[in-house]
Write a protein that binds this ligand. Structure first.
Ligand SMILES: *[C@@H]1O[C@H](CO)[C@@H](O)[C@H](O)[C@H]1NC(C)=O
Ligand SMILES: *[C@@H]1O[C@H](CO)[C@@H](O)[C@H](O)[C@H]1NC(C)=O
Ligand SMILES: *[C@@H]1O[C@H](CO)[C@@H](O)[C@H](O)[C@H]1NC(C)=O
Ligand SMILES: *[C@@H]1O[C@H](CO)[C@@H](O)[C@H](O)[C@H]1NC(C)=O
Ligand SMILES: *[C@@H]1O[C@H](CO)[C@@H](O)[C@H](O)[C@H]1NC(C)=O
Ligand SMILES: *[C@@H]1O[C@H](CO)[C@@H](O)[C@H](O)[C@H]1NC(C)=O
Ligand SMILES: *[C@@H]1O[C@H](CO)[C@@H](O)[C@H](O)[C@H]1NC(C)=O
Ligand SMILES: *[C@@H]1O[C@H](CO)[C@@H](O)[C@H](O)[C@H]1NC(C)=O
Ligand SMILES: *[C@@H]1O[C@H](CO)[C@@H](O)[C@H](O)[C@H]1NC(C)=O
Ligand SMILES: *[C@@H]1O[C@H](CO)[C@@H](O)[C@H](O)[C@H]1NC(C)=O
Length: 787
């Protein structure tokens, strides 16, 4: 969303962009004369409302597309068939102008709801009636909770606020969220928008958030997915292999991601596949970058064949803002003229001379209107009619935002149980550092106007008397003269809390990081304040990507470290609850925290996940990086201690092969390891291949707490170039002090134990797989045999 206009296309391989930017000469010789989209704030009910038609001097019953006895597809076709070519072209940008002659209202497609309803995008705005909406923690924080029901409940709360604002004419029904690109490189500026580095965790986040946004209660089991009602429409983006924004002059608009098919299937596409197949999302957005030379928005294989063919998307495909313009101006793709770019995007497989066929526009308009019908834009959805002002920034939603920030807080260090602080002993607090009074930093990007801000100072002031010294005037921390007053405050206080980290000036859209260090004099501030403090010192970090804080990890004066991501509008309350023990933290890092030297070892633009020995490049993400880290993926402590006891487990699985199933070869480091039937292909096949286990989680400490049980699988020894381990499941479970809780896991071997081979086939290797719970707290073998 870097440029002003969102020229989108709704592909498969389809349609166009705003008149403002793309010349439609090939489609229509008339001047379109389109106005800018301005939300009206009108209390629009629904298109086919008979009263609305009469007020327009029309009769609703004359239009078959308003006949609710017909299917959405038939109705959409009727609508499109009645439009002239010029009228069709008017509906193809993010602002659809409607067709007054047919009673078709205008519609603004572009709204955003990454972690709350946002006013990024012209479809949504705030005013005196709705001055703000709940700003949940940024996605990286919520992801750290590793709690699937939390992710879904937040989606439900956001869609309720969205639907309420829609009823009041202040928001749209189509939200271009979430961002589900995996964080391949620790420098990526958009890590805050994402659920981290693991494709499975990212995919599960997507499924839950999308279902929370989209699903209408009671209609989850619709037999026809193209008529399944939608609360609001969600969009998984940016498809695909998009994770370089602006690094040393390499910009996303021109970046050509050189990606192997193996990485594509195993890493880059996996969350999108889960979003479409398991989340049943109603939209996918293609990205700015090229993949292996081809702009993603013009790649028939990526768009039509994969999303529609293999995954069976029920919905529309949209291009990122201006990506048509990008294709012409920046990629200089095939020396395109604007018309060519439109044609390529509309119909990627296009015979280039043919340009756009009207039938392709019709098809994409059909996808769009079916989605709008599923949203009730034409007929209304009665159960949401009552949503209004009271549903936005409700007490429940504000509490949910606080709860999400608590659940997402990660305890990185806690020497000698220094935390939680005792309310009885700690009466005065020195609060220092550039994030002490954080407001907008806590809500990151793609935010709206929040209901309120509870800053760290606000939150902590509820528990103790706060002496605030900024220490640095901002995160850049260029001026060391503020450090001394901070040290003086620490000397006097019963305890010291240092709020350090980074913000959107360091990591953001269009801004990747250069290094993994704290900026300016922040390190000096932390060390000097910790040295001067008389009471316990707690370091609280705000960031999305990892920060190399090895110095603080080692520093004995710093007893405790908390990472809170960017914790949303209620961040200060959540942080204070954790520090004073009202809440026992249980979050886990959703990405690896690398040592600073990591980024000197490989350029951000090198896409492979596996190490490249010939160039000395290490692997990427915990799945392929075997070196030392500041903190590993999945790390996080608690105020209590947990032990695991495996109470039952499947140890071997005999999978019966049908006559037509063949053994598939698989590269092994040495043939002596290789079984006679190394693997079978698992794409689109179903097997009786369930395995399960149960683990008892015991809280052997003295405080109630939540434990995240993360399950990894390791493939059989000796497979060439395979991952070290990968997450196959996780559950967050609350266990009272002294109590225990049984947690059951079920898997399909062909899904959870699969390996993507060099030729991008998904295969299930035979032999001894290893299941690991946590960081090898418990591990046991599962033997796969084919017979
Ligand atoms: C829409 O409805 C709200 C609440 O009933 C009202 O306050 C507002 O004035 C209405 N807006 C318009 C444009 O009619
Ligand atoms: C997970 O999130 C749900 C929904 O907010 C919450 O009710 C539950 O307590 C959370 N589970 C744990 C173990 O924290
Ligand atoms: C949908 O199907 C699932 C599984 O059969 C069932 O548990 C659930 O109750 C059904 N939901 C509705 C609303 O019928
Ligand atoms: C899209 O894929 C379908 C099959 O899934 C095929 O029939 C159609 O021709 C393809 N369209 C384009 C434009 O490639
Ligand atoms: C923790 O407590 C023990 C015993 O009181 C003490 O010897 C040790 O130095 C403490 N460690 C730190 C890091 O404060
Ligand atoms: C915190 O920042 C707000 C504005 O963002 C300001 O009004 C307030 O005075 C600041 N608080 C302190 C203690 O400086
Ligand atoms: C640092 O801040 C102090 C106090 O505001 C100011 O007097 C001084 O000029 C600043 N120094 C620099 C290098 O900006
Ligand atoms: C770690 O990976 C590197 C890069 O592939 C490799 O050279 C090295 O042997 C590996 N080290 C271990 C302990 O596996
Ligand atoms: C673990 O579970 C097994 C089976 O339920 C039980 O026999 C054993 O006592 C448990 N061990 C511990 C340490 O609780
Ligand atoms: C395993 O596969 C079966 C059949 O495809 C499916 O119904 C079931 O949901 C899968 N279970 C898991 C845990 O993925």
């Amino acid at each position: 969303m870097a440029k002003t206009f969102c020229s989108l296309i709704f592909l498969c391989c389809f349609v166009l962009s705003t008149g403002a930017r793309v010349n439609h000469r090939i489609l229509s010789s008339s001047t379109l004369g389109l106005d800018d989209a301005t939300p009206t704030g009108s209390n629009f009910t629904f298109v086919c409302d008979p009263a609305r038609y009469s007020s327009l001097g029309l009769e609703a019953s004359n239009f078959a597309f308003c006949d609710t006895s017909l299917s959405y597809e038939v109705r959409a076709m009727d609508l499109v068939n009645q439009m002239t070519l010029t009228e069709k072209v008017h509906q193809l940008g993010n602002k659809a102008y409607g067709v007054p002659r047919l009673g078709l209202a205008e519609y603004e497609w572009w709204s955003e709801a990454l972690h709350g309803v946002s006013n990024v995008g012209p479809g949504t705005f705030y005013d005196d009636l709705i001055p703000g909406s709940t700003s949940f923690p940024t996605v990286i924080t919520t992801a750290a909770a590793f709690n699937e029901s939390l992710w879904k409940v937040i989606g439900q709360a956001v869609s309720t606020e969205a639907r309420a604002m829609y009823n009041l004419g202040r928001a749209g029904l189509t939200y271009w969220s979430p961002n589900i690109n995996v964080v391949r490189d620790p420098r990526w500026g958009r890590a805050l928008e994402t659920p981290g580095e693991d494709p499975y965790v990212v995919g599960r986040y997507a499924v839950n958030y999308v279902r929370g946004l989209q699903d209408v209660e009671g209609s989850e089991n619709y037999t026809d997915p193209n008529s399944r009602p939608l609360k609001v429409s969600s969009c998984c983006k940016h498809y695909a292999a998009y994770d370089v924004d602006n690094w040393k002059g390499v910009e996303r608009y021109t970046f050509d991601a050189r990606v192997s098919e193996q990485d594509m299937v195993e890493t880059f596409l996996r969350p999108f596949e889960m979003c479409v197949k398991d989340g049943d999302v109603s939209s996918i957005m293609c990205s700015y970058n090229r993949v292996n030379g081809i702009p993603t928005c013009a790649d028939p294989k990526l768009l039509n064949q994969t999303i529609r063919g293999d995954w069976d998307l029920h919905g529309y495909i949209v291009s990122d803002c201006d990506s048509l313009q990008v294709m012409v101006d920046d990629h200089k793709w095939l020396g395109d003229t604007k018309e060519d770019a439109v044609a390529q995007t509309l119909k990627a497989a296009a015979v280039r001379q043919g340009k756009v066929r009207e039938a392709d526009i019709d098809k994409s308009l059909n996808y769009l209107y079916v989605v709008l019908m599923r949203l009730g834009f034409f007929d209304g959805i009665p159960q949401y009619n009552s949503f209004g002002k009271d549903d936005v920034c409700s007490k429940e939603n504000i509490e949910l935002a606080t709860e999400a920030a608590r659940e997402g807080t990660v305890l990185l260090k806690n020497e000698n149980d220094s935390l939680p602080l005792s309310i009885d002993k700690v009466k005065t607090l020195a609060v220092v550092g550039p994030h002490s009074n954080a407001t907008s930093a806590m809500i990151g990007n793609y935010a709206g106007i929040p209901c309120q801000f509870i800053t760290p100072i606000d939150g902590l002031s509820k528990f103790a008397k706060v002496d605030y010294q900024m220490g640095c005037s901002d995160v850049a921390c260029k001026n060391e003269s503020f450090i001394f007053p901070a040290m003086e405050a620490a000397k006097k206080a019963d305890a010291t809390i240092i709020f350090a980290g980074i913000d959107l000036s360091i990591e953001a859209e269009s801004l990747d990081r250069d290094d993994l260090l704290l900026p300016g004099y922040q390190t000096q501030l932390i060390n000097q304040v910790a040295g001067a403090a008389s009471g316990p010192v707690v370091l609280v970090l705000m960031s999305a990507g990892g920060v190399d804080i090895s110095f603080a990890k080692r520093n004995e004066n710093i007893k405790s470290i908390l990472w809170v991501g960017y914790p949303g509008e209620e961040g200060g309350n959540a942080i204070a609850d954790v520090i004073f023990g009202k809440y026992n933290p249980g979050g886990r890092l959703p990405l690896t925290w690398h040592e600073a030297g990591y980024v000197d070892m490989l350029p951000m633009t090198s896409m492979p996940l596996r190490p490249i020995d010939s160039l000395g490049y290490p692997g990427r993400t915990y799945k392929f990086f075997n070196g030392s880290t500041v903190y590993p993926f999945g790390y996080g402590l608690s105020y209590t201690q947990f032990t695991y006891n495996l109470t039952s487990s499947t140890r071997s699985l005999d999978i019966k092969l049908e006559k037509y199933q063949y053994c598939h070869d698989l590269g092994y480091k040495s043939d002596s390891f290789k079984p006679s039937c190394p693997s079978i292909r698992v794409d689109n096949s179903e097997y009786n291949d369930r395995f399960e286990f149960e683990v008892e989680v015991q809280n052997v400490g003295t405080k109630d707490g939540s434990e995240v049980v993360i399950v990894y699988a390791k493939p059989p020894e000796g497979i060439d170039e395979s991952y070290i381990k990968q997450v196959i499941g996780f559950q967050r479970v609350f266990v009272p002090a002294g109590g225990s809780e049984k947690v059951k896991f079920e898997f399909n071997a062909s899904k959870s134990l699969q390996v993507v081979d060099f030729n991008a086939y998904s295969v299930l290797p035979s032999g001894g797989h290893t299941i690991m719970i946590g960081d090898d707290i418990i591990s046991f073998p599962v033997q796969i045999n084919f017979c």
